[in-house]
Design a binder for this molecule. Structure first.
Ligand SMILES: [Zn+2]
Length: 317
């Protein structure tokens, strides 16, 4: 199957032409999360048309469009239901009508983390299993669950994809979701500056003069800085605890871990694997922990299985 694919993130959108498990062509469009989705759609349409032409394809040879969106999505109706301050008009945009008018094609929309798991399941680290939990560690913490080959969706399209808001500490820091001590508020990119600045000894740490992001944290820890080592250990323990909670919630056989910090997967994956082995109740054996392998391509490669899924569910109706 050939499809057009859009991964709509907070700072950029990636457009692509995909055929089954291959990305033919792709292009990154810089965006700003404050920008309205309606203003961006004409740019996305032009980019997709150009990419299809570059791939030597007419629209008649393409079966559909898949969109991964950085918010909550009603997959059945191809509507964004909540945007968390990014593309604030997205809940009012009728993407089905846009796709029909611009391209004459059906469109499938899904939360970007769910789409990334579909991509890994179809073409990446998850091809061996139908029962997978995926955590994406970055500015936030994404969590997604697939059970028996089906993405968990739930009554309000939220099931499984708010794993970053599982509590790591009941007496922890306030989170942007309204919760307290969520994994995100204890160990995510947006919370990292506060965590570092509040750590005992921060003023005399090398971190004090740096931009506080995970890349600098890991590098500074490698250099032997005691505060950086302690904060890094804290974050990995929070991620490991979250993986264990997701395992208890969803009964997977595989946990995939993705996101920018996985450049240091050599450190993170063995730690989480050991933690999961020691701290989960799985009498049948041990859940395997693996790095996701597709990176930014994962949501783009989720296009074909998502479109197939939508087609099947429309047949069910
Ligand atoms: Zn939260």
């Amino acid at each position: 199957m050939r499809a057009l694919s859009i991964d709509l993130g907070g700072t950029h959108a990636t457009c692509a032409v995909v055929e089954d498990r291959t990305i033919h062509t792709s292009q990154v469009v810089p965006t700003d999360g404050d920008r309205k989705l309606r203003e961006l759609l004409p740019v996305l349409a032009d980019t997709l048309r150009k990419l299809a032409a570059d791939a030597g394809l007419g629209l008649g040879q393409i079966e559909g469009i898949a969109v991964g969106f950085c918010g909550l999505v009603d997959r059945k109706n191809a509507r964004v239901t909540s945007t968390n301050l990014k593309y604030t008009d997205a809940t009012e945009v009728d993407l089905k009508t846009w796709a029909a008018e611009e391209f004459g094609l059906p469109i499938a929309v899904e939360n970007d983390a769910r789409l990334a798991l579909l991509g890994e399941w179809y073409a990446g680290s998850g091809t061996s299993s139908n029962d997978i939990v995926m955590m994406t560690l970055g500015t936030g913490i994404g969590g997604v669950a697939m059970i028996d080959g089906r993405l968990l969706v739930g009554k309000h399209f939220q099931a499984g994809c708010l794993g970053g808001h599982l509590a790591a500490r009941f007496d922890g820091s306030p989170c942007n979701c309204g919760g307290i001590g969520c994994a995100e508020s204890e160990a995510s990119g947006w919370a990292l500056p506060r965590i570092c600045r509040g750590w005992p000894g921060f003023e005399s740490s090398s971190l004090a003069g740096m931009e506080l992001n995970f890349q600098n944290l890991f590098q500074t820890a490698d250099d032997g800085d005691l505060v950086a080592l302690a904060v890094r250990e804290h974050c990995i323990r929070v991620w490991a605890r979250t993986a264990a909670s997701l395992i208890h919630a969803y009964d997977p056989e595989l946990v995939l871990i993705g996101g920018g910090v996985m450049r240091r997967g050599d450190l993170i994956v063995p730690y989480i694997q050991q933690y999961v082995k020691e701290h989960t109740w799985t009498p049948w054996g041990t859940v395997q922990v693996r790095p996701a392998m597709l990176g930014d391509s994962a949501p783009l490669l989720g296009a074909v299985p998502l479109i197939e899924l939508i087609k099947r569910s429309e047949l069910d109706v």
